[in-house]
Design a protein around this ligand. Sequence first.
Ligand SMILES: *Cc1c(COP(=O)(O)O)cnc(C)c1O
Length: 404
Amino acid sequence: MSKEALNEAAAPAAAAGQSLFPTYARYPLALVKGEGSWLWDDKGNKYLDFMSGIAVTNLGHAPKQVKEALVKQLDELWHVSNLFQIPNQADAAKLITDNSCADAVFFCNSGAEANEAAIKLARRYNQKVLNNGRYEVITFQQSFHGRTLATLTATGQDKVKEGFAPLPEGFVTIPFNDLAALKATISERTAAVMLEMVQAEGGIHPVEASFIAGVAALCEEQGVLLIVDEIQTGIGRTGKLFAYEHFGIEPDIFTMAKGLGSGFPVGAMAAKEKLREGFTAGSHGSTFGGTPIATAAVKATLETIVGERLSERAAKQGQYLIAELREKLAGNDFVLDVRGLGLIVGIECAEPIADILNEAQERGLIALSAGPNVIRLLPNLLVTDEEIDQAVAILTELLAAKRQ
Ligand SMILES: *Cc1c(COP(=O)(O)O)cnc(C)c1O
């Protein structure tokens, strides 16, 4: 299209996002307002949100406590360099260390950056503190760790790597839940093993308890760092503040983002005491990481989730959601499995489900996929029984139409 034609078409073109890179297959909906579990589009239609911005709005949309903290901070100070003390950042870090196995926290702005920090820390600790030159990071098939060059290399899915060669060296991907494969792969090069407790983007596959226990024991025995990616599973969603708590293990390093700021963009990497000296002044950093505003959101989010015991609520509501789905979908041969942990729930179907998500939107329910055949449900932690009943009713009806 010529520049003039583009300008003439400016208003509708802007709405259709003509000035954006086509990096997302976007739905036509333009959502303009959110409150709790509900969203409204620009035509005034109302939707029940079982996507939560992909596990971001764990407290629902526009939660009062976080909004008040942000408004207060907006009045006081927006940004200051990390060359100064940032009280909110120190408080937010303490909330993380007080409520986890970690002792030190680094703030950044996204999940990929949190995983980058974890990978860099694992390498630097081995190379500068232990002086053993180890660099390799072992990850798993179907995992997802982000879109930067290092984190897409760590990701165990080819589709995120296509066209981006050459990829950084030092990553090996092996089958998930396969301890023998891990035993065979760990070597004197191995710095770390990195994994999710529930592979979320990869199709809602929880880690097997015996496997993760074996991984933790093997890492300990071989002097390999264990990195847990809690970016989607963390901040109460699976029924614990962090999903590793379900399995009686303690990672050396874990990463957070998505739910950490209730929608304000923020990520963090947390690690055990021994790793503190892996990062010295000037070895890593971020202009925006942990600003007063971002960490006001983190503080209010964590205080609410810990203070109101919302992890326990997520466990209870997740059990109810899974039980209702299993009961209502029993006997439907289009549905192969219903599984999950807390409020990360997957419905595995016999065929691709993209059309079901479109139909669900038409019925007022927003959900997403996890791979082609799995419907992924990620309601907020405050979701009510009635809201779960509504979502289950819509999905049951749509899935009944697919019975073979
Ligand atoms: C979303 C996600 C990431 C990447 O986070 P971004 O904020 O999109 O960079 C990494 N790991 C997991 C498990 C995720 O779900």
